[in-house]
Design a binder for this molecule. Structure first.
Ligand code: PMP
Length: 427
């Protein structure tokens, strides 16, 4: 494959953008990332005219792929033509909010913002304000965007910022615990319970492999939060409108979070985020309450039209049946290949996302919540060897990813997520 145009764009980009990109993971495929010219259905075509099967799908937002249904295209184009934004409210925001509140069980009210990061920042501020407490419990191996409260590593006994520039004071107010470990969560509450504003958790860890909750884990977190007067925040930036369909992961796991953060799919491919939840909390945002929250572009009409039409399309067509079926087919096929050629590895995922991780756990069946059907463990017809914690993936043979997937797969016209840890998506 010829990559001259991508290589030369990267050279130019390196002199005007840090690392040549606008989001760090995009430069992971070295010696240079490919530069995209355009999307086409489930494919993208790069600046040199090479065509790839695209399993990145925008890192999650493009549930319908790169070809938008006609109605969606028309809605976006007419919105953009009518003046892309106003800094004043418009009907489409109300319609989108009504749609989300109607379908997501834990959402009675919603505030739209412009990214998943903005959503988790505001959710943390809201939880701190309504509880009068500062500490946020997060999961090791989780990701909640480029924000101070969560760019923190460590455990219940000690933390430090995971990036220069994050003040130590934030680290002191963040309590990372291992995912799927009820005792660790209980111990953290025993130690810090009086100071814990919220538990912030991805219902399925999707930024460090794909790791499913063990049965009852989220219910246990819900109880701990109730006992200690803390809020439970589900970060559904990835799982929202993907896992569990229009009801999102919270309906799939039958857990009722106080707050839910969204991003990706609800913007139909345009910049978006949102904080949804119980009226008693969401109403605390300004101007109905006094927890400051604002944004020039929030509720952008083009974004709202794209997001709402995407969700309506999902509601009116068998989108989830279709993409989840493709996801299952892909995971099963990959699992068979892995079983024959690399039984020490695991295919993970569910619904319409997947990942090959270069590790296995202890092979103990995980019960009903195991859904990806890796079929590698003869005693488990569900997900025997799935990793249980994001940190299991972190310790995997991650150097294999660079060798196998880049450039080998890329040279065969297949694009998978740029680093070992992020999910791949089916459209
Ligand atoms: N939360 C989760 C679970 C995410 O996966 C991400 C991004 N992948 C974010 C928050 C941050 O979203 P954004 O990149 O839109 O700021």
């Amino acid at each position: 494959m010829n990559h001259e145009a991508s290589r030369s764009l990267y050279d130019r980009a390196l002199s005007v953008m840090p690392g040549g990109v606008n989001s760090s993971v995009r430069a992971a495929p070295q010696p240079y990332p490919i530069f995209v010219d355009h999307g086409d259905g489930g494919h993208v075509v790069d600046a040199d005219g090479n065509r790839y099967i695209d399993w990145i799908q925008g890192l999650g937002p493009l549930l319908l792929g790169h070809d938008m249904p006609e109605k969606l295209q028309a809605a976006i184009q007419s919105r953009a033509a009518e003046g892309p934004m106003y800094g004043m409210p418009s009907e489409i925001e109300v319609e989108h909010a009504e749609f989300v509140c109607r379908h997501v069980p834990g959402v009675e009210m919603i505030r739209f913002v412009n990214s998943g990061t903005e959503a988790t920042v505001s959710a943390c501020r809201l939880a701190r304000a309504v509880t009068g407490r500062d500490k946020i419990v997060i999961m090791q191996g989780g990701y909640h965007g480029a924000q101070e409260s969560t760019l923190v590593e460590g455990d219940a006994d000690g933390t430090e910022p995971s990036s220069p520039g994050v003040p130590q004071a934030f680290a002191e107010n963040t309590v990372p615990v291992p995912f799927n470990d009820p005792e660790a969560a209980e111990a953290a509450f025993e130690k810090h319970g009086e100071d814990i504003a919220a538990v912030l958790v991805e219902p399925v860890q999707a930024n460090m492999g794909i790791v499913y909750p063990v049965d009852g884990y989220h219910g246990m977190l819900r109880n701990l939060c109730d006992e200690h007067g803390s809020l439970l925040i589900f970060d559904e930036v990835i799982t929202g409108f993907r896992v569990g369909g229009l009801g999102c992961a919270q309906s799939e796991f039958d857990v009722d979070p106080d707050l839910t953060t969204f991003g990706k799919i609800i913007g139909g491919g345009f910049p978006v985020g949102a904080i949804g939840g119980k009226t008693e909390y969401i109403e605390q945002f300004t101007p109905s309450g006094d927890v400051f929250q604002a944004g020039t572009f929030s509720g952008n009409p083009v974004t709202m039209a794209a997001g709402l039409e995407t969700l309506r399309f999902c509601a009116e067509n068998d989108v989830y049946e279709h993409v989840n079926g493709l996801g299952r087919q892909l995971r099963e096929g990959l699992s068979e290949i892995v079983a024959d050629y690399a039984p020490e590895y695991t295919v993970v995922g569910s619904d319409s996302f997947f990942k090959l991780v270069f590790t296995r756990c202890d092979g103990e069946p995980q019960g009903e919540s195991c859904r990806n059907g890796c079929r590698q463990d003869p005693d488990c017809d569900r997900y025997g060897g799935c990793p249980k914690r994001g940190t299991d993936i972190y310790r995997a043979e991650t150097d294999r990813y660079a060798r196998l997937f880049r450039p080998a797969m890329r040279e065969q016209g297949i694009l998978v997520s740029q680093n070992q840890f992020e999910s791949n998506f089916v459209s």
